[in-house]
Structures are given as structure tokens and as C-alpha cells.
Write a protein that binds this ligand. Sequence first.
Ligand code: MRU
Length: 321
Amino acid sequence: MSAPPSRDLPPTIEWAGDHVRLVDQRRLPAELVVVEVRQVADLCELIGALAVRGAPALGAAGAMGVALAVVRGEDPAEAAAQLRATRPTAVNLAWGVDRALASADPVAEAVAIAAEDVATNRAIGVYGAPLLAAGARVLTHCNAGALACVGYGTALGVIRAAHEAGTPLHVWVDETRPLLQGARITAFELGWLGIAHTLLPDGAAGSLFRAGRVDAVVVGADRIAANGDVANKVGTFPLAVLAHHHGVPFYVAAPRSTHDPATPDGAAIVIEERDAEEVTMLGGTVVAPHGVAVYNPAFDVTPSALVTAYISEEGVERRRT
Ligand code: MRU
């Protein structure tokens, strides 16, 4: 079978001379809109609102935020502190901020981080694609595609690399409540790329496993602790338990910048808690009683014992514990 042509989305985030341009992911899938950002405070607000999201994209955004401060003649250290405070779980954000801050030329460093991200993700794809057999039915959660990175994607990069190599696949897409990154963004990307996929409510994953209809799980990560525990979008851990119970491989695809040797294990990872309204409202409609108590963690932690292998730009590393 001949390989299908590669179709790239616009860069998720890019440096445009003296400002930042980014895809406003809140408007997907209805509109693919690129917005210009000229102020650090505006970038911080867009990060907090998930207009730009996904660990590698946050790494580039953090670096570009420091670059913005430099071109505007503002204090880069102050900007760095504001940027780091926007979202606590994805280590890439602080990693990108720190890399730009430590550089003699933060603008050039931010541009380099963005370029490296795409190359890194392509390498992840090269290493990960052979793990997916022809005809594999692959479950993914949240969005770890081009739009979660500067381009190409990590977990979706693996799927995409297999597809580009001519491997037939079918992707199960968890909708990913409460903010629907799977439904709004992953399904959009897979449609854009022409990769066969089916969207499901998160709660339907168990019956798919039980029916023997999942051959592999591939997800991204926001932080991988020194012992291999993985923080990723809330709902990832139950999938790892299901995969383990049913003997299905569970792969984590993430760049080395997501590995955090300074965090010993999952218990030490700060999990972001987000507004109750993300759960009590859906598409502008109230879907829960006024004043109901809400638990809305943005991420969960999957113990390393449930991870079959980590796929990075350096290769495939089997489970650590
Ligand atoms: O809250 P989000 O949308 O930023 O969460 C994103 C995820 O959990 C992704 O799976 C993770 O950042 C990996 S992106 C390659």
C-alpha cells in the first residue's frame, strides 16, 4: 500500500518577528482561527483558558512568553514567574520558560524550542510506529496531537507515523470530559489527516476492552516522575487499569522534556484543579444543580507499573518497575 501524503495543520504556536501567533483551540472544531498575542499578560490568560494547551505546546508558549517580555523591554524574570504560575502540572511549561530565561538570546531560544519540538515528535513517531500492528485498534485520550505540540504530535504522532508508513489502523477517541479535547481536537486532527476513527464517551471505554476491541492504548503525558509515574489528562489512569486487566499494551509517548527527574514519584506531582463551571456547564447550558459540590482535577497519575513502555525521541523504554 502506498503511503498517504502528509497534511500539516498550521503551527499550533509560532514566533512572528515581535509577537506570538497561536491557534485558539477553544474555537475548534467549528473554526481554525489563529490569534496574535503581544502582551505577556494576554498569553498567560490564553494559557489559563486553554486556548493553547498540551504539554509540548506549553513549553513553546512559556519560552515565547519570555521572548515577548524581552522584545517589549519588560523584566523577563517577572514574566517567567507569571507564565510558570498559569498551569502547574505540565513540566514542559516551566522547562520552556527556564530555557528561554537562561539563554543569552531568549527570542532565538524560543524559536529553536519550537523547531526542535516538531523534529522531536517526528522521532517519537519513528520509534513508536512499529509498536502498532497492521489493523490495530488504538485507543487514545485527550489530545496529544499536533495541536498539543508545535506540530506533528506525540501520541497522535505515533499513530500518524504508522498511518504514513501505510499501516492500516482504527483510532478510538475518548471524548475527554469535561473540556472535550478528544471530541473537539483529536477527532478534528484525525479527520484532517484522513485516519479512520470513532468517537466515544469516556465511560464507554470499559465495554470496548471487555469486547476485545482495543489492541493498544497510546497517550501523551504532562509530567513523568523519576520513578516512571505519569501525570496526564484525568481519565488516563482508569484506561491504564483497564488495559492491564485485559492484557492490552499501554504506551506513553512523550519527549524527554516531559520527564522530570526532580519529581521522585507521582505523589509529588501537583495536580491542577480547575473551575467547577467546566463540569456544571456544557456548551453554555447549565447541566447540574446550582451550587453543587464539584471535584474537577485536570489530570490524574498512572503508576509506572501499569505502563508497558515510554516512547521518546531517544527510543522505546520498557516499564521501569
Ligand atoms: O489540559 P490539557 O488539554 O493541556 O491536557 C493535555 C494533556 O493531558 C495531554 O495528553 C498532554 O499534555 C500531552 S500533549 C502531547
